[in-house]
Design a protein around this ligand. Structure first.
Ligand code: NAD
Length: 287
């Protein structure tokens, strides 16, 4: 075998894996995580997950009043928690909110984008305004938040708990991969497909500044959004319970550790991916 003229030296430290424990790798102590759409639903559960492993949480939501669980989040953890009323569809408004967050928290180490809507309207009846609203919130809201978070991550000083960059996690959906049963959500499916593609592209583009980008595609999860849907269309409760091979609707508990994993050093070599947590629907349906 001929040896190339110049080679990059291999990082030869076979003991490196012994220096950090799983507990340490999953810690978010000292870090600040911004979560959009966390006034309720999945986003609020992610805020608990972050606080439970020591991270500070800045919540962005359109709601005037968050879910009652927010009070528990504020009072039960020894971390900083603050809610910002803002709109992810307005770049100027969101830019101002991110500025306030940096002033209040000093830095941004992670972002989770959970702000999203899912309207059920047949494709042929759907108006242009309705499609635009879904795209504005689900796609552009995700894009703007990622841009603002990454810009801050790129310029901030290194610290002991985060030497460089950060981690961005988009909440996509099983709807990005397979059509929804019993629902006509063409724009939602398209919007979540865009979110999965955006995570792939940004993971590559931002790797040079140490920013990792991934998405999570949940299947049916019990939240205020799905409860509202099932109240309106009662047959959906049956689909959401019996369609997944695991024969239950997902609980927000099922997503807490995956989100912490992606935000933390535990996933330091993981980028441009989509993690499917669906009870198996992405592989096959029982109904
Ligand atoms: N619940 C599920 O089964 C499920 C499954 C897969 C993916 N998802 C996705 O997870 C995300 C969260 O869903 P959820 O079930 O928690 O819904 P939810 O309605 O309970 O929460 C969404 C939050 O986003 C906020 N929001 C909406 N528009 C906003 C805007 N313009 N600016 C700021 N905040 C805004 C809402 O006020 C709300 O608090 C969504 O993107 C959804 O598509 C949900």
């Amino acid at each position: 075998m001929t040896t190339p003229a110049s080679t990059v030296p291999l990082d030869r430290n076979p003991d490196k894996f012994l220096t950090r424990t799983v507990h340490d790798l999953l810690s978010l102590k000292g870090r600040t995580i911004v979560i959009t759409g966390a006034g309720r639903g999945l986003g609020l559960a992610f805020a608990f997950a972050v606080a439970e492993v020591g991270g500070n949480v800045a919540i962005i939501d359109l709601l005037d009043k968050p879910h009652d669980h927010f009070n528990k989040l504020q009072s039960e953890f020894n971390v900083k928690v603050k809610l910002y009323k803002s709109d992810v569809t307005s770049y100027a408004t969101l830019e101002k909110t991110f500025g306030e967050i940096v002033t209040d928290f000093g830095r941004i180490d992670g972002l989770v984008t959970a702000a999203g809507i899912c309207l059920d309207e047949p494709f042929l009846e759907r108006g242009a305004e309705s499609v635009a609203r879904t795209m504005n919130i689900n796609v552009l809201g995700t894009y703007y938040a990622a841009q603002l978070a990454a810009a801050q991550m790129a310029k901030q000083e290194p610290t002991d708990f985060n030497p460089r960059g950060g981690s961005i996690v988009f909440i996509a959906s099983i709807a990005a991969h397979v059509a929804s049963k019993g629902q006509t959500t063409s724009d939602y499916c398209a919007s979540k497909g865009a979110v999965v593609s955006l995570a792939k592209a940004l993971g590559v583009e931002l790797s040079s500044i140490g920013v990792r980008v991934n998405s999570i595609s949940p299947g049916y999860m019990l939240t205020d959004m799905t409860i509202d849907l099932c109240d309106k269309y009662p047959w959906l409760a049956d689909i959401m319970t019996n369609e997944p091979p695991m024969r239950r609707i997902g609980d927000r508990t099922d997503l807490k550790v995956p989100v912490v994993y992606l935000l933390s050093d535990a996933s330091a070599y993981h980028t441009s991916d989509d993690i499917l947590i669906t009870g198996g629907i992405h592989a096959g349906r029982l109904l």
